[in-house]
Design a protein around this ligand. Structure first.
Ligand code: FMN
Length: 179
């Protein structure tokens, strides 16, 4: 499983990703974490060359990222809620996945979508961030196999207070990826 962390700080998304990694490693379930925001990734110019040949003109960290996506059947995206939607780092990353649109490289990949926000569920919370990930998945032809929302997480380690919820989520991940 490839875990994509949508926040560049060592915050809630990063901490959750590492809790998941620790547990999957114990059972030797392949997983790796990337944080696109901390990588060298050019902004998509919209030239559309990749629609013709499935290759981007830029040479940067997306080459490696696309290779990792090709090599993993299950992709987890963890987004912090930013203005009620996914993070900008993730949007930049997604735009640069356009070479996979013409090659149908994301088709049938399994997506686990996670959103973490400071607000409660009711308003400007995690639901719309999950919806933005779901819209991406739909247009990419991916199948969402699991979603999870964590609320009331503002400071970088707040999420670690939800130990039971995290453990339950990890169990659900294991069940989903075993199928
Ligand atoms: C620019 C910005 C916009 C934000 N907008 C929202 C929001 O609309 N709803 C929400 O619940 N939290 C919002 N937050 C709070 C973050 O989602 C929250 O602190 C989250 O835990 C950050 O994840 P991280 O620790 O992985 O960076 C926002 C944070 C920033 C920096």
């Amino acid at each position: 499983m490839l875990i994509i962390v949508g926040s560049r700080r060592e915050g809630n998304s990063w901490n959750l990703a590492n809790e998941i990694k620790k547990e999957l490693d114990k059972e030797r379930i392949h997983n790796e974490i990337i944080t696109p925001g901390n990588q060298k990734i050019h902004l998509c110019t919209g030239c559309m060359d990749c629609d013709k040949n499935g290759v981007c003109d830029f040479t940067d960290d997306m080459k490696n990222n696309i290779e990792k996506i090709n090599n993993n059947e299950v992709i987890m995206i963890i987004t912090p809620v930013r203005w009620n939607i996914l993070s900008g780092d993730l949007k930049i990353f997604m735009d640069r996945l356009n070479p996979l649109y013409s090659t149908k490289g994301l088709n049938k990949k399994k997506l686990i979508a996670v959103a973490i926000g400071a607000q409660g569920k009711e308003k400007y919370g995690t639901e719309s961030a999950i919806n933005s990930l779901a819209s991406f998945a739909e247009s990419a032809g991916m199948e969402i196999i699991l979603t999870k929302e964590f609320n009331h997480c503002l400071n970088s380690k707040d999420i670690l207070q939800n130990e039971t919820e995290i453990n339950e989520f990890i169990q659900n991940i294991k069940t989903c990826i075993a199928q």
